[in-house]
Design a protein around this ligand. Structure first.
Ligand SMILES: [Zn+2]
Length: 67
């Protein structure tokens, strides 16, 4: 798995993603700036908080049957 670096042009805002072992690309006759965060990796963990299922081992007491 090769690392990729996202570059953004400070002049026109164009973005490029190139392998890390390639030299810094140029755009608008200027060297592009490396972008700090990769764009297409993992989404933030907003959907990871509702992983609970209805299989809790300590959920007695809500049914209320024989005592
Ligand atoms: Zn440019």
């Amino acid at each position: 798995m090769k690392d990729r670096i996202n570059y953004v042009c400070a002049a026109c805002g164009k973005k490029r993603s190139i392998p890390a072992d390639e030299p810094t690309p140029e755009c608008c006759k200027r060297t592009m700036n490396p972008e700090p965060l990769p764009v297409c990796e993992m989404a933030p963990s907003a959907e990871h908080s509702r992983m609970d299922d209805a299989s809790g081992p300590c959920d007695d007491g809500s049914a209320g049957g024989n005592v």
